[in-house]
Design a protein. Sequence first.
Length: 340
Amino acid sequence: GVRGGEAEEPGELYGRSKEEARAAFLVAGDWGMRSGVQLLTAQRMIREARRRRAQFVLSVGDNFYSWGVESVRDPAFRAVFEDSFHSDADPAFDAVPWFLALGNHDHRGNAAAQVEYAGRSGRWRMPAQYFRADLALWAQGPPLHLLVLDTTPLVCPRVPADASLEEAVYGHPECELFAWGWEARRLGELATWADYQRMADANAAAADAQLAWLEQELHALQAQDDGGWVLVVGHHAMESASAVHGPIARFAVELRPLLERYGADAYFAGHDHIMQHVHAPGARLHHFVCGGGGFMTGAGALHQVVPRYPNLLHASTTFGFFAASATQSQLDLEFISYRG
């Protein structure tokens, strides 16, 4: 992971001055397919970015369906991202930086190539598979702190602590490592149980390292105590009313306690193709799911809502994105459908 250091200067886009009290940004997810609804969502985002003078975009993963990218030269970077999120009528959006998380579909391909692509695109900000960015949006006061996670390694059980190797391979559908992960796909039918054990060991080590990094960063921010927003970004949801995936049980044991202990303000996720907000009374941590970026394969592309999900404040089974407005003391989010 990449640690935070000097606050990054995201620029003063659309004529905004850092002397202004309010800054705006957009949140999008699960947009990695050049579909009709993706293009409509993208054009709506471009219009809203100008209207609100957005300074950056958060992307919560699944940047490329269905099998990620093969290399940094994969044509999907241009077809699915650069060309889709561009307007000849308003080229200013090309200067807006995107801070991107990886999703499970990204890990079906070469996730490292997406990190490498940051060196080729001025707006693709992914310095590592998980990272911290501190954004100096205001002339005075603290920056906004982003902690961008790579949640795909975190959803898999530890072997043998949590499950046998056979249970891990066959019994955890959210853990795609053994069936559709980049290495598993390359091995194909040649994969042996020794290969699976090696994958499980490497994934457990990667997950432990990422959680240790996250606690280190959260602890540093708590000690710093600058009053800045702490927004955590991942792909898989900690709270979700989707009838397809729903909350990841493992996160309640490992991830959620860290965010609550160190006072994170919000967790943004995707994975579930739905737009929602979950918040328990009295809790500091708000949960947002923004999975409506444009994945469209048929009538089931959007997820239905589980009835009476606890602490669900809003759920929309539609395509769209979030528009956020932030001062140093207040954060407001609007759900924007692809139809506006």
